[in-house]
Design a protein. Structure first.
Length: 229
């Protein structure tokens, strides 16, 4: 199974269903939303890898939602493909100005949709998300979901894995507990800040004596991952 998740936002159930079938055939996970409110909470809770967003939605329009997502630092990086029945040039420009990464005019074929989706994901996957990261013999491979230290496998829980991946791809910068909650747990998850401390302790324990010290406590701020003492 492809571990990429696509959020389908369209108020017409038959269109959502048609897209869902195409995504399943191409091995993508998917989520659905029928309006902007549902879509926003799905984005915050599940952090999809890409959003297929219908221009015409009841209440808040797709274009408004796109602007809102691009303004929020937590969701700004999530790629958006606008779906619309409008083919006029000015609407394409409006969509792209709102932050959409691509544009598909209805009706479209499932094959075209999947091809465009793959192209956008290739362009927008930040470095380090798919690639293995290595620091001083500590190696994290996101695809096989393995962590090794000097080629020896480490037992590491799913939350600690995400935490370590975030740290290894954002080295030398101090993050507050709140920032870590947003980045690793997702903004809508009701988790106390102290939970971060628990997972940091678990992560250090899993990394062992040699590598646990790379996860440093920054007094009065939070934590950082650093190879410097």
């Amino acid at each position: 199974m492809n571990n990429k998740t696509v959020l389908i936002v369209d108020d017409e159930a038959p269109i959502r269903e048609m897209i869902a079938v195409a995504l399943e055939m191409a091995d993508y996970n998917y989520l659905e939303a029928e309006d902007a409110t549902q879509a926003h909470s799905q984005v915050i809770d599940h952090q999809p890898d890409l959003i297929l967003l219908d221009w015409m939605l009841p209440g808040t329009s797709g274009i408004e939602l796109a602007r809102r997502l691009k303004r929020d630092p937590v969701t700004a990086e999530t790629p958006i493909i606008m779906l619309t029945a409008r083919s006029e040039e000015d609407n394409k420009v409006l969509g792209l100005e709102a932050g959409a990464d691509d544009y598909i005019t209805k009706p479209f074929s499932p094959r075209e949709l999947v091809a465009r989706l793959k192209a956008v994901l290739r362009r927008t996957t930040p470095p380090g998300v798919e690639d293995p990261v290595e620091v001083n013999g500590l190696r994290l491979d996101p695809v096989s979901h393995r962590v090794t230290a000097q080629n020896q496998p480490l037992e590491i829980g799913p939350t600690e894995f995400r935490l370590l991946q975030f740290f290894m791809t954002h080295q030398e910068r101090a993050y507050t507990r709140n920032q870590l909650l947003d980045q690793v747990w997702g903004g809508n998850v009701y988790v106390e800040e102290r939970t971060v401390d628990v997972h940091i302790r678990r992560l250090r324990k899993a990394l062992g004596e040699n590598y646990g010290q790379l996860v440093q406590t920054v007094r009065g701020t939070g934590y950082r991952f650093s190879t410097q003492a």
